[in-house]
Design a protein around this ligand. Sequence first.
Ligand code: SF4
Length: 291
Amino acid sequence: MPAPRLTGEQRRVLDWAAAARRDLPWRRTRDPWAVLVAEVMLQQTQVDRVVPRWERFLRRWPDPAGCAAATVADVLTEWSGLGYPRRARDLHGAAVRVRDHHGGTFPRHLDDLLDLPGVGPYTARAVLAFSFEEDVAVVDTNVGRVLARRAGRRLTPREAQLAADEWVPVGEGWAWNQGMLDLGALRCRPAVPECTGCPVRRTCLWARTGRPLPDPAAGSAGVSRRQAPFEGSARQARGRLMRALEAGPVPPSELSGVTGRDVAAAVVVADSLVADGLAVRAADGSLTLPR
Ligand code: SF4
């Protein structure tokens, strides 16, 4: 008798996922560029803030060719308010690479995707799973939490990826990965997981042993750590300077006032943007967005 295509647990997860699935606009497309833009935005920005910005970004640049033809400054300005602008610079770089190295056709092999600026193991696999519906596993902070708790211990990146890959049912890569993301976000929450009725409950070592502390998800592969406070951070000062640059050049005399830092600290902030390719310094010392 042929082996069943799905284990009982895989069926339970898929059934739960189908019922719980969040209706998110990027789940209605299989276009790899649209999926990539969504994944990059979602890396450090909450879902409800991403939805309108993702739609706006794709109205402006519906394909890599359009984005590649824009300037970095255009993309950085479009990104304004989403934070972590290196993501915008890299997205533009990815569009340029698709145009220049892949003839404008989005690559569908893992190594080619990993060569795109700003695309790491998670994002590359997300494009494969959510655009090309391949049976690869994505491990983000939500999935990483489920994997560690199910294993009852902290996992290395290799262990987490292996455990995730082995769990994907054949032919169900899209639905499975969306389901795992939802399971981590909606049920296996960081502070208070909702284990009763969880489709993974029967094999979840941490739940079966009474959820002893420390939580195995803490420090496990893929699970993000709590962010440092934004107020007073270098990130805040960089964000202020980026917003000012979107309006026009910033001369050295205005750096301190714009960033809210003393003169020496403001120069450090400015230098960090230049080093990251997010600003360029003119001969008179003023800063502008890169062209
Ligand atoms: S049983 Fe609880 S801890 Fe285990 S995966 Fe489900 S929600 Fe998370």
